[in-house]
Each structure stands twice: as C-alpha cells, then as structure tokens.
Design a protein around this ligand. Structure first.
Ligand code: TLP
Length: 341
C-alpha cells in the first residue's frame, strides 16, 4: 500500500537521478581527502551558500552540534531560541559534546527580537560564563521565516560584541524562496551555516556546515572526533550534488501546496490553522474540540496517510516532493471522515 507521508520533509525519497549518480559516483577515502565526489559537493555547497568552505556531515543535528563544538570552549554560553531544534530536539547534545550552557530567548513564533538577544549577552562579571555564540534558526521549526532587516540587526549587534552567529538553516532554501532572495543574502548574516540536503531537497543522507576556510578546517578535525569521518562518502555525496542542482527550484511548489492544504483544513469548523505561520512547507493546526489523538493518528494511517502525533497540542502536516495536489485532497478527505463529515 502506498502511504501519503506528511510527517516531515525528511521522509522524501531520493530521485532516479540521485540513485543513478550514486551508482556511478567516483569515490575514494575521504578521511585521506581522496574522494572527488565529496570534494565536488563541498565546493558546490560553499559556492551556493556564499561561504569560503563547506564540510559534508551526516545529519543536521551533527552539523549544528559540530558548529557549537567548533565555535566555543567548554563552559561557554550559547544564546538560542527556546523553541529551536538545538534546544528541543538534539537530545541535549550541546551539554555533552560542546559542554556549553544554553541561554534561551523567547521568539515571536520563531522570529527573534534583536533587543532581547542583545540583553542576553553577558558582561564580564566574574560570576558569568562568556557568551561565545548566538544561534539563529531560519526558517524556524514553527513554520516562520525571519526577515532580512531582523537578520541584519542581529548581525550588527553580534559583531559589535565580536560574537559569532551560527545559523541553523536546515531549510534555508525554503527561507530563500519565501523571502524571494538568493540564499547567499541570508547566509551573509551568519558566520557559519548548517543546511540539510536530506529534507525537502530529497537526498537520502547528509547536511552541510559552511563558513570560513579556517573554521571549516577546525570543524573537519571536530567531525573526526565526533566519529563523522566518512570513507567512500562520495556514494552519498553524489545524491547531495543532485539535491543542489535539481531540487532547490521546486521547493516553492511545496509552499503553495502547504497554503492550499491549510485553506482546505481551515474549512472544517473544528480546526484552527495557525495562519500566521504559513511561510514554508508546514501547516500547523489545533483541534478546537477534544479528540483522542492516537485514534486520529491511527485513523489517518488506516486511510493511507502517515502523520505525527501533536507536539504541544499542535499538529504539523508537512508538504514535500512526494505529495501531490491530488494527495492533499485525499488527506483532507481522511481528516473530514474522522471529524464525521
Ligand atoms: N527536524 C526534524 C525533526 O528532528 C524535528 C523534522 O522533522 O522537522 N534543524 C532543524 C530546524 C530541523 O528541523 C531539523 C530536523 C534539524 C536541524 C536536524 O536535522 P537531522 O534530522 O538531519 O539531524
């Protein structure tokens, strides 16, 4: 049975061209620097994002935690959004790997307030840990995109304090589509950027960490320490190259589909769609009436639709390249059936 999978865009399957390129990839031992396909991916990724150098890493979590590990020293403090992936969904790795303390800000639905970030930067009081890094997430995991003015303002503040910025840009190409800018224009406001090849871009594995040549050389050693020195990794890098060549331009289609899905779901009086958070390929909604969440998830599954249970009472449906417009009608019908229409 074919399932319509809207749990995430991480579920996207590799394209035929990805599989072909993986099959034919020229490979070598990348720890020796011998894999031409990994090198090609890293060069292409650096060029696309507008940074001096890039490093291929196994996952987004790995790339974020490696960034923290590379930018900071044990005992430093890192400023992050209280709802960010680094804070909520990385198993507390920042305490284990970088050994840092996180200090959180309260964003407006994922949009940070520069004034609040500034207020969290530590002075040189003997009691305080030094602020070593500011982390941003764009798009945010709440489905919003931070505008260019806010990014610029935070960048100015950070640099006046000589504090670097790491951007969790897992879906940075979605942000670029939403803001109608080249991705480099967003990346310019961060010292390091992590982005994922394996979300909407559909590569089977892998993310990129990008920054200055010096930062990436340091990160390469950190990647080895973390067990991420991969050998004939060209096999997977080949799919990453296709992700960057073929899959970026179509992301806007996922955004349109998300808005369409949101409109249809909002037609049910029992559903409240978070319309102010409809800027990428995610639809968040709440049920206004009491329902049995696990009954809803299993009803959808039995009707051929995979969804995640709610987080903080909110459901998240994610459009992606393997979900067509017709599939969306099917999803809406399954929801309607559950609600008794
Ligand atoms: N997000 C996943 C889950 O882990 C929640 C998803 O389904 O959205 N940064 C952001 C903003 C992310 O959304 C994710 C993954 C990551 C980092 C981590 O990427 P991976 O899963 O490759 O470690």
């Amino acid at each position: 049975m074919r399932y319509i999978d809207i749990r995430s865009d991480t579920v996207t399957l590799p394209t035929r061209r990805m599989r072909q390129e993986m099959f034919e990839a020229e490979v070598g031992d990348d720890v020796y620097g011998d894999d031409p396909t990994v090198k090609k991916l890293e060069e292409l990724a650096a060029k696309k994002i507008g940074k001096e150098a890039a490093l291929f890493v196994p996952s987004g979590t790995f790339g974020n935690e490696l960034a923290l590990f590379t930018h900071t020293r044990r005992g430093d403090e890192v400023i992050v959004d209280k709802n960010s992936h680094i804070m909520l969904h990385e198993v507390g790795a920042s305490a284990v790997i970088a050994g840092v303390q996180l200090r959180t800000y309260d964003s407006n639905n994922g949009i940070p307030d520069p004034v609040e970030i500034k207020s969290l930067i530590r002075s040189s009081n003997i009691h305080y840990p030094p602020t070593a890094l500011i982390c941003l997430e764009n798009p945010s995991g709440m489905g919003t995109v931070t505008d260019m003015d806010t990014l610029r303002e935070i960048h100015e503040i950070a640099h006046s304090y000589k504090i670097p910025i790491h951007l969790d840009g897992a879906r940075i190409f979605n942000a670029a589509c939403s803001l109608k800018v080249d991705v480099k224009e967003i990346a310019i406001y961060a010292d390091s950027v992590m982005f994922c090849l394996s979300k909407g871009l559909a590569a089977p594995i892998g993310s990129i960490l990008a920054g200055t040549r010096e930062f990436i050389e340091k990160a390469r050693k950190g990647r080895k320490l973390m067990g991420g020195g991969m050998r004939q990794a060209g096999i997977i890098a080949a799919a990453g190259i296709v992700a960057l060549e073929d899959m970026i331009d179509r992301l806007c289609e996922d955004h349109k589909n998300a808005r369409l899905l949101a409109k249809k779901l909002d037609g049910f009086k029992e559903i409240e769609v978070m319309k102010e958070r409809l800027q990428i390929n995610m639809v968040f909604f709440k049920l206004k009436k009491e329902i049995n969440d696990s009954a809803f998830v299993s009803h959808m599954f039995q009707n051929g639709v995979k969804i995640n249970p709610p987080e903080s009472d909110e459901y998240r449906f994610v459009t992606n390249k393997d979900v067509s417009r017709k599939d969306l009608d099917f999803v809406v019908k399954a929801v309607g059936d559950f609600l008794g229409y």
